[in-house]
Design a binder for this molecule. Structure first.
Ligand code: ZN
Length: 139
């Protein structure tokens, strides 16, 4: 069995945002040379998510509004975590809702997606460089 590991770096120039990282993951898969196996993609930070969904801007705006209803950024004083001096309790909660990682089957050297599936990085506490891990195992 072969394995391949790559870190992808992102800096979202806002507190929150969604990036379609499918092209970077497809590039990692080509670099791996793996034709059959599994591809794990996970955020390496506890205030960022990796998830699969539709590449549609209206849906992304819907996610943003829905997450703000569930875990509003402000008031910062609403969260015990922010008593530590941080202001990102909402980002930890949003990340947990949207998920740490995704796994995609690799078939015939391609990411074996369902219709419209794309991989997104969800940033909830941006304005700094953060990493995503890609780990691909197989033959
Ligand atoms: Zn924190």
């Amino acid at each position: 069995m072969k394995s391949y590991r790559k870190e992808l770096w992102f800096e979202v120039p806002r507190r929150r945002g969604f990036l379609n990282i499918t092209p970077q993951v497809e590039l990692a898969l080509r670099e791996s040379g793996i034709r059959e196996g599994l591809c794990l993609v996970n955020a390496m930070h506890i205030t960022a998510a990796v998830f699969i969904n539709d590449n549609e801007s209206g849906l992304h705006a819907d996610f943003e509004r829905w997450l703000e209803k569930l875990a509003p950024e402000k008031p910062y004083s609403a969260y015990d975590h922010n008593l530590t001096g941080e202001d990102n309790a909402d980002a930890h909660i949003k990340r947990t809702i949207m998920g740490r990682e995704t796994v995609v089957a690799v078939t015939a050297g391609r990411l074996d997606f369902g219709p419209w599936e794309q991989i997104f990085y969800g940033e909830f506490d941006g304005l700094r460089r953060k990493r995503v891990l890609v780990k691909i195992v197989g033959e």
